[in-house]
Write a protein that binds this ligand. Structure first.
Ligand code: ZN
Length: 141
């Protein structure tokens, strides 16, 4: 697995290669990237899931015997961050075929412009909703 691709397989099951922060804004190389030029490391440092996987010495929740734990179920089915909804399925697939093969599948799947655009639009919509909830003090997440 190349260094660049490794960071696209987030410990939580997200595929960073179809995140608006990476694809549209190009502000992130993926979860945990420590290049010093992007938000990847900061993002992982503030993530309870990434921290849990690191504390257990695992690359992701796919390697955890306790999958799916409540934390990953809540993350996957977060009513605001709907792009998370693939996480448990992604983790199960990673567990079955390995992260490297899974990344190849993901790269191929998201070549589909219809799927990619829909996912990026969903990310934007959810980010907007999260901003609005924070601005009104309704949500502090
Ligand atoms: Zn980076």
């Amino acid at each position: 697995m190349s260094e660049a691709n490794r960071h696209e397989a987030a410990p939580c099951g997200l595929y960073c290669g179809v995140c608006a922060d990476r694809v549209e804004a190009n502000e992130c190389h993926g979860c945990g990237c420590d290049c010093g030029k992007c938000g990847g490391k900061r993002h992982a440092d503030h993530c309870a899931i990434a921290k849990c996987a690191a504390d257990k010495g695992r690359g992701s929740c796919a390697e955890c015997d306790d999958l799916p734990r409540t934390r990953i179920i809540e993350f996957t089915f977060d009513p605001i961050w709907r792009p998370h909804e693939r996480c448990i399925g992604n983790l199960r697939r990673r567990k079955k075929i390995g992260t490297e093969a899974w990344l190849i599948e993901q790269q191929a799947y998201w070549q589909d412009e219809r799927a990619r655009k829909a996912q990026l639009a969903l990310h934007d919509k959810c980010a907007k909703q999260a901003r609005e909830l924070r601005e009104t003090g309704t949500w502090t997440g």
